[in-house]
Design a protein around this ligand. Structure first.
Ligand code: UDP
Length: 338
C-alpha cells in the first residue's frame, strides 16, 4: 500500500514508517518539521508540509497514489495544552479536519488515527476498557476526543471513511537499530528524562507526587514499546483493507509500573544511579492508568513483543548512549516535540 504518514518525522511516526517499509509498504512522510526531525526519516519519500496546506495535501495524495493515511501529526504535551489551548485546538482539531477533507476530496477512504489514553481522564476502574466514560482532564485529551467524535459522526457516517483509532498509553523505548528514538525539546517524558540523568545531562529526576494511593505512593502507568505501538498500526491497516469496520482500540501492555519502579529499572539497565527528588503532584495526573488491551489482541491479533520494563528501557538506553543530544537539531522556542 502507499501510505501517507502525517507526523512521520516524529517519535512514534518514524518507528511506524520504518515498520511499514520493512513490511513492503511505501511510506510517504508528510511533516511540517515544527516538532519532528528530518533525520528521523531515513529512506522514505519526505514532503515538508502543513496540515493546513490543502493544495499540497491533495497534490501529495495524487502524486503518490495514496491508498491510506496514518495520522500522527499533532501537538501532544499535556502541560503545554493547558497553557496554549487555542494552539492545540487549531493544530490538532482543525488540522485533522483539514486532512480528512482532503482525503474525502481525493477519494482516500482508509485512516489510522493516533489518539490517547488521555481521552478517559480519571478512570472509574482499572484496567481501562474502550467503552468507559471519556472525561479528559486536559486540553490535549479533549482535542483528541473531538477528532475521534468528528470521525465517527461525520467522516465515517456521512462520507463512509473507514478508520481505526488507537488510544496509546505511555510510549517509550526505541528501535533496536539504535538510530531512531525519542527526542523532544523540551523533554517532559519520564523515561528519556531519567536516561538523560543517567547520562549526567541532568542532575536527577523529579518524582511528581509521592502520596498517591499506590503501593509506593508514586503514579502507575502502562509503558509500551514504540515498536509494539507501530506494529498495531500495520495490523489496523491490514484489518481495514480486509473490510474491518471502523473502531477504536486501546494500546498498552496491561501492566503497570510506578515512577519509582521505572527509575529502578533504568538504574539497573544503565548501571548508573539517579538522584531522586520528591516533588508535588503534576496537575491532571491520575494515580493509575493501565490499559485493558484485550480487544485489540482478540480482534486484530496484536501481541506486544516487549513486556519486560528493563528490555524496553534497554532499547531507549542504546539510543540515548549513541545520541546524547538526540538528533542534534534543537531549535529555540518550539516547545515540546512529538
Ligand atoms: N513523571 C515524573 N517526573 C517527571 C516526568 C514524569 O514523576 O519528570 C511521572 C508523571 O507524573 C507520570 C509518569 O511519570 O506519572 C509518566 O509521565 P510522562 O510525562 O512520561 O507521560 P504521560 O503519562 O504524561 O503521558
Amino acid at each position: 500500500m502507499n501510505v501517507l504518514v502525517t507526523g512521520g518525522a516524529g517519535y512514534i511516526g518514524s518507528h511506524t514508517v520504518r515498520m511499514l517499509e520493512k513490511a513492503g509498504h511505501r511510506a510517504i512522510v508528510y511533516d511540517d518539521l515544527s516538532k519532528g526531525h528530518r533525520a528521523a526519516v531515513k529512506n522514505s519519500v519526505f514532503v515538508q508540509g502543513s496540515l493546513f496546506d490543502s493544495r499540497l495535501l491533495a497534490e501529495t495524495i495524487r502524486r503518490h497514489a495514496i491508498d491510506a493515511v496514518i495520522h500522527f501529526a499533532a501537538f501532544s504535551c499535556v502541560g503545554e495544552s493547558m497553557e496554549k489551548p487555542q494552539e492545540y485546538y487549531h493544530n490538532n482539531v482543525e488540522g485533522s479536519l483539514n486532512l480528512f477533507e482532503a482525503m474525502v476530496a481525493e477519494g482516500v477512504g482508509t485512516l489510522v488515527f493516533s489518539s490517547t489514553a488521555a481521552v478517559y481522564g480519571e478512570p472509574e476502574t482499572t484496567p481501562i476498557t474502550e467503552d468507559m466514560a471519556k472525561n479528559p482532564t486536559n486540553v490535549y485529551g479533549r482535542t483528541k476526543l473531538a477528532v475521534e467524535t468528528a470521525l465517527a459522526e461525520q467522516y465515517s457516517r456521512v462520507y463512509g471513511l473507514k478508520y481505526i483509532t488507537l488510544r496509546y498509553f505511555n510510549a517509550c523505548g526505541a528501535d533496536a537499530a539504535g538510530d531512531i528514538g525519542e527526542d523532544h525539546d523540551p523533554e517532559t517524558h519520564l523515561v528519556p528524562l531519567i536516561l538523560q540523568a543517567c547520562l549526567g545531562k541532568r542532575s536527577g529526576i523529579k518524582i511528581f507526587g509521592t502520596d498517591y494511593s499506590t503501593p509506593d505512593g508514586t503514579c502507575i502507568r502502562d509503558y509500551i514499546h514504540v515498536n509494539d505501538l507501530a506494529a498495531a498500526h500495520l495490523l489496523a491497516l491490514d484489518a481495514l483493507a480486509g473490510g474491518h469496520r471502523s473502531d477504536v482500540y486501546n494500546l498498552g501492555n496491561g501492566q503497570g509500573f510506578s515512577v519509582q519502579e521505572v527509575i529502578d529499572a533504568a538504574e539497573a539497565v544503565s548501571g548508573r544511579s539517579v538522584r531522586r527528588e520528591l516533588a508535588g503532584p503534576r496537575a491532571g495526573d491520575p494515580a493509575v492508568l493501565i490499559a485493558g488491551a484485550a480487544k485489540i489482541r482478540r480482534e486484530l491479533g496484536w501481541k506486544p513483543e516487549y513486556t519486560d520494563m528493563k528490555d524496553i528501557i534497554g532499547t531507549a538506553w542504546r539510543w540515548h548512549l549513541a545520541h546524547p543530544d538526540g538528533y542534534g537539531d534543537k531549535r529555540e522556542d518550539l516547545g515540546c516535540r512529538n
